[in-house]
Design a protein around this ligand. Sequence first.
Ligand SMILES: Cc1ncc(COP(=O)(O)O)c(C=O)c1O
Length: 210
Amino acid sequence: MSSAPFLPFALPDIGDDEVAEVVDTLRSGWVTTGPKTRRFEEDFAAWLGDPSLHALAVNSATAGLHLALEALGIGPGDEVITTTHTFTATAEVVRYLGADVVLVDIDPATLCIDVDAVERAITPRTKAVIPVHYAGLAADMQRLIPLARKHGLKIVEDAAHALPTTCGGRLIGTLDSDATVFSFYANKTITTGEGGMVVVRDEALAGASR
Ligand SMILES: Cc1ncc(COP(=O)(O)O)c(C=O)c1O
């Protein structure tokens, strides 16, 4: 009897260079956040190609989303709009801060947040919106950013799946939102095992997220 071939959920492409870097790290004696993390942050920001960006490595995108919202001052009494079609972390981080999650539907064309639905969901308590770029498709940021700014809302992009997604010819991470958060979980386009990166343009916000 032949058994069906095993189909892995996530099979990372780890070669000799990656193995050598890990061994080098273990031998260096510096196994917490240190010079290699800083190098990764600098390389990541340089790859995005905009010198005004700061990249901050974190242990997961969940932690990055949480930090970004906290640094932006989201807290009890606030509402944060996000989409139904995402991983639980996107909404969970809002609850960590005691704020209320407002879920809106997706646009069937992009599988990402429906900007008209965002507009209908805005109340005087709305403080932020978290668009999720889904599986390589970008949310309609060309409409969402001006809408959010018109209403004084912060924008934190959940870019867990969005390396290297583009929107209007620009890489996600370089748009005019407040923060963009990537995931390096095992099944993402690049992996660090677990991990993530927060990308921000504002120097003070970068300091607050550290
Ligand atoms: C859309 C989305 N947001 C956030 C996350 C959380 O990422 P992490 O596992 O790095 O915390 C994921 C994880 O798969 C995700 O798919």
